[in-house]
Design a protein around this ligand. Structure first.
Ligand code: F6R
Length: 262
């Protein structure tokens, strides 16, 4: 795992945005794995800046959502489909239909929807870069603690803590946050070719330390990233505060040959 400790979110967004620009230059049909929530926002903002400057085009790229709420109508403003439409696809030049997600609306069709989603990712050739946030309890996607490390896209139940955390997107009303979600499994996420986890602020420091330096355990789903050969963890100083080897990560990053990229 490579841990990059940066001064602030904008620098983190620029770092990852630059890596995506390089990927798209080499492979215009690249497949991006798109997380929602606050953590990847600086990357999306940076990509918009690069797109406006004419250095990034997503016109031939594809995007796959990491997860989706179950039970919200697709046009609900906080469905992840709607959030990505607002925050990402409307601001970039993805082709119509190029960003897709699991269909969390129809309760009777969920297992088949999950299978179709896995098939769609595979048919696109898999994900080149998967953006991830991390929950305070160590979840990635909505793989809550005790999720199988081999799991595939499926229905999950959110913990009460995650629902309280996400109530900020629902006017503070925890009862409005769905209990159920569809999420790519940890096994699905681990098949992406490059995983980039972003974390900002002191509230993520414990989870980041357990992800990077703790044992691999289903109690901390993000710790499964230790099994992947190409992981970049981008954190600000506050989120890095509990990392035992922070000085080593800083020295390693400073000494890294620029030619290696992320
Ligand atoms: C969102 C997702 C979640 C979030 C995590 C952190 O698509 O999969 O794992 O990344 O809950 O949320 P934020 O970034 O809002 O702190």
């Amino acid at each position: 795992m490579e841990v990059v400790i940066i001064a602030g979110r904008a620098e983190g967004g620029s770092l990852v945005g630059g890596a995506i620009e390089a990927l798209l230059a080499a492979r215009p049909t690249a497949v991006l794995g798109l997380a929602t929530g606050s953590s990847p926002q600086p990357v999306y903002d940076d990509l918009v800046t690069r797109h406006q400057a004419g250095t990034v085009s997503l016109g031939r790229a594809r995007g796959f959502q990491l997860d989706e709420y179950v039970g919200l109508p697709p046009d609900h403003p906080e469905s992840y489909r709607a959030v990505l439409e607002r925050e990402v696809t409307a601001r970039l030049d993805f082709s119509p239909g190029a960003v897709t997600g699991p269909e969390g609306g129809d309760l009777d069709d969920l297992p088949a929807a999950c299978t179709r989603y896995e098939q769609a990712i595979a048919a696109a050739g898999g994900v080149d870069v998967q953006l991830l946030g991390i929950g305070g309890d160590g979840h990635i996607g909505f793989n809550e603690p005790t999720s199988s490390l081999a799991s595939r896209t499926r229905l999950k139940t959110l913990t009460e803590q995650t629902r309280r955390d996400n109530a900020r997107f629902f006017d503070g009303d925890v009862d409005a946050v769905p209990r159920h979600v569809l999420t790519q499994g940890i096994g699905t996420v681990l098949e992406a070719r490059h995983l980039v986890l972003l974390a900002w602020g002191a509230g993520k420091a414990g989870a980041v330390a357990r992800c990077v330096e703790g044992p691999v355990t289903a109690m901390v789903p993000a710790s499964a990233l230790q099994l992947h050969p190409h992981v970049t963890i981008v954190v600000d100083e506050a989120a890095a505060a509990e990392l035992t080897l922070a000085d080593y990560y800083r020295a390693t990053w400073q000494a890294k040959p620029a030619s290696q990229g992320l």
